[in-house]
Design a binder for this molecule. Structure first.
Ligand SMILES: *[C@@H]1O[C@H](CO)[C@@H](O)[C@H](O)[C@H]1NC(C)=O
Ligand SMILES: *[C@@H]1O[C@H](CO)[C@@H](O)[C@H](O)[C@H]1NC(C)=O
Ligand SMILES: *[C@@H]1O[C@H](CO)[C@@H](O)[C@H](O)[C@H]1NC(C)=O
Ligand SMILES: *[C@@H]1O[C@H](CO)[C@@H](O)[C@H](O)[C@H]1NC(C)=O
Ligand SMILES: *[C@@H]1O[C@H](CO)[C@@H](O)[C@H](O)[C@H]1NC(C)=O
Ligand SMILES: *[C@@H]1O[C@H](CO)[C@@H](O)[C@H](O)[C@H]1NC(C)=O
Ligand SMILES: *[C@@H]1O[C@H](CO)[C@@H](O)[C@H](O)[C@H]1NC(C)=O
Ligand SMILES: *[C@@H]1O[C@H](CO)[C@@H](O)[C@H](O)[C@H]1NC(C)=O
Length: 411
């Protein structure tokens, strides 16, 4: 039963039972039943969102998408549009709000950054601690001064990725890949530039795992996804779910097959699927629930009505506030990004400077605005059947859908 139905029911009860005092007006009635008047009194017209999303589906920017919106601490919109693939292709079946998407780099924030936030809460990790105190093997080629904070800000000096074409096929196993990262040369002096790097998050995952002594996926399930009741968020999803996982790209370089239920990102794939940089599969509703918890500064009311503090309020503030003490133009907070410095904006044109979020290569986006108390998650598989087919439309897809949702809400 939604709020509207609940209200109608309560109103009928109220009129029927004349012994109950119904005066005091609509506002006080809503307050009495703890309903949010501000939200309730507006019914939003989502038709312009459906229209714009449909255009992008029709012109093959993405075969489909799912969206979930929380506004003022309530889930106000959830929708699934289009199909898993394009007409004429296998798997051309409609997506629904249980469809799993490979969220790619959103894993950096919903995964290893979330784990780091938990360890920070518990005093088990220090942002200015040196990485080499956790990973002695990393102490070479001038990497001794890299801190946890450098990894989270993407200013460590590490290059964006490894070039796997330089590895003989048989050597592409996790231990070799980690060794290669431990012994890599710095690309630029630590702290002097912003270079977004998957390797930062792989190293951070290793730090987290050496602190907790358990695999990142297990730690997250126990400490974040379990308490937050995110039952549709996981690394290496079971084959049982494959029918409802949106496929990503035909990988002609390494896998020679369609990535369907296996992680698209090569680094995460070669590391066994559980990685700090990518690997999570999830639904828009699960991720939007997480974003709303972040807007509530770590607080979550679970299905039993019990209050659970997923992160300490100060930890949420710290990790989602843009770092200013860096010698280069910066939009980054810790792990999280804020409104980026670029012409086409993934969070649309109406998100305030008090916003935080991230994007994923596969076509996924999660952003929240503290000022508006608004969280929007849009998951898509725009890399199907290949990463290049939609060109820059995939950038406008993000900007236009986010802007349109803000417009619908009256901004
Ligand atoms: C698809 O439609 C959107 C929205 O109208 C537009 O911005 C984009 O350029 C179009 N892309 C292509 C490839 O036609
Ligand atoms: C998911 O979709 C189903 C079927 O359309 C609907 O009944 C359900 O309320 C939706 N759930 C959420 C959380 O949006
Ligand atoms: C989605 O799939 C359904 C059922 O296979 C089909 O009828 C519909 O035309 C498809 N729509 C798109 C946009 O691919
Ligand atoms: C680390 O920082 C110290 C103090 O600034 C400096 O003396 C040292 O050369 C740096 N080490 C490396 C490997 O960059
Ligand atoms: C992990 O193992 C190390 C070494 O055995 C131990 O010192 C540390 O307390 C363990 N950490 C946790 C969180 O159990
Ligand atoms: C998660 O829980 C919801 C609601 O109980 C259920 O509909 C859904 O099937 C579950 N998803 C998974 C992957 O178990
Ligand atoms: C958010 O909503 C929940 C009920 O769903 C409520 O218990 C909680 O107090 C609200 N939090 C804030 C910050 O308004
Ligand atoms: C995508 O385009 C780039 C640059 O044009 C090209 O190097 C790459 O091979 C293409 N990738 C795929 C999967 O088509």
């Amino acid at each position: 039963m939604n709020q509207k139905q609940l209200f109608v029911l309560l109103a009928i009860l109220c009129i029927e039972m004349s012994t109950i005092s119904c005066n005091g007006g609509f506002e006080s009635f809503l307050k009495k039943f703890k309903l949010n008047a501000d939200i309730y009194e507006k019914t939003y017209d989502w038709s312009s969102f459906y229209q714009i999303a449909d255009t992008f589906i029709q012109n093959r920017t993405t075969p489909g998408l799912t969206v979930s919106v929380y506004y003022k601490n309530q889930s106000i919109f959830s929708a699934a549009l289009g199909n898993q693939t394009y007409p004429g292709d296998a798997l051309n079946i409609p997506v629904d709000n249980q469809t799993f998407y490979d969220i790619a780099s959103l894993s950096k924030v919903f995964g290893v950054t979330a784990a780091t936030m938990r360890l920070y809460d518990q005093g088990l990790i220090g942002l200015d601690n040196l990485v080499i105190t956790y990973i002695p093997e990393f102490n070479n080629h001038n990497k001794a001064n890299i801190t946890i904070r450098n990894l989270l800000l993407h200013n460590s000096g590490l290059q964006p990725d490894l070039d796997f074409t330089l590895f003989p096929q048989s050597t592409l196993i996790p231990s070799n890949i980690k060794d290669a990262i431990y012994h890599i040369e710095l690309q630029y002096p630590t702290g002097t530039q912003y270079v977004y790097s998957d390797l930062n998050m792989v190293i951070l995952q290793e730090v987290v795992q050496r602190i907790t002594n358990i695999s990142l996926d297990v730690f997250l399930k126990l400490n974040v996804y379990g308490p937050l009741e995110m039952n549709s968020t996981m690394f290496n999803p079971s084959p049982l779910y494959v029918h409802n996982i949106a496929p990503t790209e035909f990988d002609n370089v390494y896998r020679h097959e369609l990535c369907h239920g296996i992680v698209h990102d090569e680094t995460a794939w070669f590391l066994g699927g559980v990685s700090g940089n990518a690997g999570i599969f999830s639904t828009a509703n699960d991720l939007a629930k997480f974003m709303n918890m972040m807007l509530n500064r770590g607080e979550y009311i679970n299905s039993k009505g019990k209050k659970v503090q997923i992160f300490e309020p100060e930890t949420v503030d710290l990790f989602t506030t843009k770092a200013t003490n860096v010698p280069y133009p910066n939009s980054r907070a810790l792990g999280w990004d804020t409104v980026p410095i670029q012409s086409v904006l993934p969070c649309g044109t109406k998100f305030s400077p008090l916003s935080f979020g991230h994007t994923g290569f596969t076509g996924t986006t999660a952003w929240a605005d503290k000022e508006k108390d608004l969280a929007i998650v849009i998951l898509a598989n725009r890399v199907y059947p290949d990463r290049n087919h939609s060109g820059t439309a995939s950038l406008y897809f993000r900007q236009d859908t986010y802007t349109q949702i803000c417009t619908i809400l009256g901004y």
